[in-house]
Write a protein that binds this ligand. Structure first.
Ligand SMILES: [Zn+2]
Ligand SMILES: [Zn+2]
Length: 311
């Protein structure tokens, strides 16, 4: 064997050893994370057992009802609190965090929006949930009784977030094509200064294509455990209600990004922003005050006062 070949062999062996030590290190970190977070896993198990005890887990109809109550309950409970704040504009110490605070919302607007949102839930969402539960029986979903370790839940959620972002960005841009916009997406954009429950104020086709499909892609790709999917659905509802609420509260995720989409129509098609950056669909946003305000508020002073319009 020549000296060069010997050196190459040694380098290859060294690189394989490095890769192995990286993998060993990663698996060690995961094991340690799971050991530390075991009480959190037990707590998640306890909550799910408690919730599931209200439903017959052998019946698919019962499981569909359970999923609908979870998602609709979350939407209407949080959505109602935001809507009361919008309507009464009180208490003032909370209302002052509203980004676009120049409009008085009427009761008619709220009733119309609530009707459309509820209709979308009991038609398209119920149908999609029914199809999804039936499909799950034919796919290798994690059907263990025990909820997965916390590291698996986090890993699944990260994959869900990225798949949702990719699907939502391109489907949302498709909805801005003039044909789809005129007949479908225009409804959602009736709200230039959105309120939380306007998240589901849209055409039923849009609710399926841009809301439900991007959310369900991740769970179907990963064939995740039901508990992980339930946590994901709760997160999705809380985030979308917050994104549409127009309230930039302290320590909460900033809704400025999507609020700007409703204000300007042709900017910020995604949720996270990396695809908007890549495709140049946030150029005006980056020059606006909104992009500077798009951060977690770490003060009790509203962001619009910290970074005023005429700054
Ligand atoms: Zn929206
Ligand atoms: Zn849009």
């Amino acid at each position: 064997m020549s000296t060069t070949t010997l050196k190459l062999e040694q380098q290859k062996q060294q690189s394989q050893e490095n890769n192995h030590s990286d993998i060993n290190y990663l698996s060690h970190v995961i094991t340690l994370t799971d050991q530390i977070s075991e009480p959190a896993r037990d707590w998640i198990q306890f909550i799910f057992d408690k919730y599931d005890s209200n439903f017959d887990q052998t019946s698919i109809t019962s499981q569909i009802i359970s999923a609908m109550i979870l998602t609709m309950g979350c939407f209407w409970l949080i959505g109602s609190l935001y809507t009361l704040l919008d309507y009464f504009q009180r208490p003032k110490f909370l209302y002052r965090y509203k980004i676009q605070d120049n409009e008085q919302i009427t009761l008619d607007d709220i009733i119309e929006t609530a009707k459309v949102a509820f209709w979308n839930q009991i038609t398209v969402q119920l149908l999609t949930t029914t199809i999804a539960f039936n499909l799950m029986n034919y796919l290798p979903f994690d059907k263990n009784y025990r909820v997965p370790p916390v590291s698996t839940i986090i890993y699944n959620l990260v994959v869900f977030i990225f798949l949702q972002e990719i699907a939502f960005y391109y489907l949302h841009r498709l909805l801005h094509h003039k044909i789809f916009y005129r007949y479908v997406h225009k409804i959602h954009h009736k709200w230039q200064a959105p309120i939380s429950i306007s998240a589901l104020y849209c055409h039923p086709f849009e609710h399926f294509l841009a809301n439900l499909v991007p959310v369900l892609i991740g769970p179907f790709v990963m064939c995740s455990h039901r508990s992980t999917i339930s946590i994901w659905l709760l997160i999705v509802h809380i985030v979308t209600l917050n994104d549409h609420s127009g309230y930039h509260f302290p320590l909460m995720p900033s809704p400025e990004f999507h609020d700007y989409h409703h204000l300007m129509f042709n900017q910020n098609f995604g949720r996270m922003g990396f695809l908007d950056y890549f495709h140049g669909t946030s150029e005006r946003y980056f020059k606006s005050k909104y992009s500077k305000r798009h951060q977690v508020l770490l003060s009790l002073t509203p962001m619009k006062i910290l970074i005023p319009d005429n700054d």
